[in-house]
Design a protein around this ligand. Structure first.
Ligand code: SF4
Length: 222
């Protein structure tokens, strides 16, 4: 998968955007729009990763394990993604927090019951209620590349891109790289596109390698 050259997040505008992002994160943390999301299980702002690379990672919704550890992408699916990056063996970008700002279409953990530790897929009404935050994140972060995992994430980013095209000032200029959801339960879908789970992981590693190469090239020319 080749990545076209694109602009990243400029250093000069970084602090201004960081302020807006902080406010947005506070808004998300205070949000109680989804009555079905009870108890609300959300993240602290430091669980989003880095905003400096211009790369955004979008999943479907946080799992219980991620919420429990206060760290995104730490369930079995998330660990596959982390392993793929670790295999690149770059001295600076060893884990997802080093390379991506990480978010989900639905920000709260969709539990199957009040005390439940198991996950469920987010409901359509929850996606509709929350997708506006993703749109704001994209607007504030202005990523150069968005990597999505799963159909829900790809559809939500597509929806945000389409609605942004109507507003000339906010026309998106990022590349979207979409992958199947890396959950072990999604192996059938993954195998439609890749020879094996190992091949899928290798494709992720290759993409991460390309993203890192762009950052290294940018640093060399800065
Ligand atoms: S899932 Fe999103 S919209 Fe729903 S309560 Fe959480 S932050 Fe608010």
């Amino acid at each position: 998968m080749e990545i076209e050259p694109s602009r990243g997040i400029g250093v000069n505008s970084h602090s201004r955007r960081a302020f807006s992002l902080g406010r947005l994160q506070s808004e998300i943390a205070a949000c109680r729009l989804c009555s079905s999301m009870n108890p609300w299980r959300q993240f602290e702002s430091d669980a989003y990763g880095t905003r400096c690379t211009g790369y955004l990672l979008v999943g479907e919704a946080p799992g219980y394990k991620s919420w429990e550890q206060r760290r995104r992408f730490t369930g079995p699916a998330g660990m596959l993604i982390r392993r793929a990056l670790f295999q690149v063996a770059h001295p600076h970008y060893r884990d997802l927090e080093d390379l991506f700002y990480m978010t989900d279409v639905v920000k709260c953990h969709p539990a199957s019951g009040n005390q439940s530790i198991s996950n469920r897929s987010p409901r359509r009404c929850e996606v509709q209620a929350c997708v506006g935050y993703l749109s704001q994140e994209i607007h504030v972060l202005r990523p150069s590349v968005i990597v999505t995992f799963g159909k829900t994430a790809a559809a939500a980013v597509g929806r945000v891109s389409l609605s942004s095209k109507d507003r000339v000032a906010h026309r998106p200029s990022y590349n979207v790289l979409s992958f199947p959801h890396p959950s072990p339960r999604n192996q059938l879908t993954i195998r439609k596109h890749y020879a094996s789970m190992k091949a899928f992981e290798a494709a992720l590693s290759k993409t991460f390698c390309q993203l890192i190469a762009r950052l290294d090239a940018r640093a060399t020319h800065a």
